[in-house]
Design a protein around this ligand. Sequence first.
Ligand code: ATP
Ligand code: MG
Length: 549
Amino acid sequence: MENQNSNFIRDIMIKDLESGKRDTIVTRFPPEPNGYLHIGHAKSIILNFGLADEFNGKTNLRFDDTNPAKEDVEFVNSIKEDVKWLGFEWDNLFFASDYFDEMYNRAVLLIKKGLAYVDDLSADEIREYRGTLTEPGKNSPYRDRTIEENLELFERMRAGEFADGEKVLRAKIDMASPNINLRDPVIYRIAHVTHHNTGDKWCIYPMYAFAHPLEDAIEGITHSICTIEFEDQRPFYNWVVEQCEMKHQPQQIEFGRLNLTNTVMSKRKLKQLVEEGYVDGWDDPRMPTISGMRRRGFTPESIRNFVRETAVSKNNATVDFEMLEHFVREDLKLKAPRTMGIINPLKVVITNYPEGQIELLDAEINPENPEMGVRKIPFSREIYIEQEDFMENPPKKYFRLFPGNEVRLKHAYFIKCEEIVKDANGNVVELRCTYDPQTKSGSGFTGRKVKGTIHWVEATHAVPAEFRLYEPLILNESEEDDEGTFLDHVNPNSLQIFHGYVEPNMKESRPHDKFQFFRHGYFNVDPKDTTVDKLVFNRIVSLKSSFKL
Ligand code: ATP
Ligand code: MG
């Protein structure tokens, strides 16, 4: 694995190892299995796995499955696949639900110490009693129940005697604390829901803020890396570890979230895009999910290199999507074979080329990486070019085909437009051109120059293909200030589909093969919709960028 750039979390680890505070590094990546992973998660994955790796430590993949109503094995499986695909191997695979017995016992311990109580207030009342940032909260009338009563009620909660919401277990800390998270937070709630791991064994579930520190302590996590919104939770995190008398003391360290321009990242919003049909599933190539980016054609290397280039800081940061595109171009530049594809075809007949003749021309597979060799492409009397490479009445400085003009066909000959064929509606349906045999590519011809070079595909052997071109999913820059209204900014043109042709040697392409189509950019063979008789290419990224690192 590549080395991690220096950052403040890495510095803490180095210091802890040098001072002897820790003798090893143990981290965890703790997703909740309530959605697919996105590029923001990649940052957490790379920090947790990358740093532990660097110090020969260990990393657990732990599913934080304490909220069964929203979770599913579909998500568990996709998360495992995505972590592996990104190039990381976990040392242990755990589920928070593995620890439900222990968590229950720790809650009982808190009750016995007089540090937790069963509350009958409703969720609304609890909120009301909590106070605000400027006013202290009030004690619940149930706060002073005896230890015996609390033990009995908690046991009855577990036994299923109460309905959802009827009672909760709360930590007993301080309703006047300036930190609202310490105003007797709820630590257990009733939910008569079947859990994807534990089935119907439990009808009470621990709250995330209580469960997470216990999970970390049980697993011997040394550095519990989380996002910045948990900063105010840290005092409660430490309280739980201490008061539950956990032997091991993990340290919570927060860092700023990674967001991208022109997309949304919260799972709730991504889920809404999926469920309301704005996209075609979690792995739609327009989605910022790892599975969507994989399907689009991003490589694990490009994602890792991108994430490593983003700063690790205490502030959330929105990074330009173009920076991500820059890294995939860099990665594919030397790897992806070059080819020619016509996205929007216009037929050209070369009238002075012998009928029935096919010649095979040499074309470099990757001029930037000559070791990739040369391919053979057929040329004949009939070819396809792009519609946009012809104009009947061109503006100044249009150097492609127009009546009377001559252009170079990439890897082939100069052709000159002699005649236009139109249909009954006046649309141009075919061009009739002549070619000059002396101008063959590679022949060293210097007789005259042309200003335009266009690409083409020989028509009789061309393989039909579908091209999917993407624009940003969301039209405004960042999701930060956009709670609730982001659907208004969904780009109606985020997907455009074209039917055209590719070179005959492309017939053998397999899902996830990646190519650079001359002038069009990098494309990935779609793994879902490609069949033996239909090739589908997803555009990963165009060739041009204004982005500078
Ligand atoms: P969301 O708000 O999108 O649902 P989450 O934080 O609830 O995300 P989890 O499944 O709990 O999602 O996340 C697993 C880990 O990934 C957590 O440690 C979380 O802090 C981290 N993470 C999630 N989103 C980002 C992000 N945008 N940037 C960096 N880390 C993230
Ligand atoms: Mg979460």
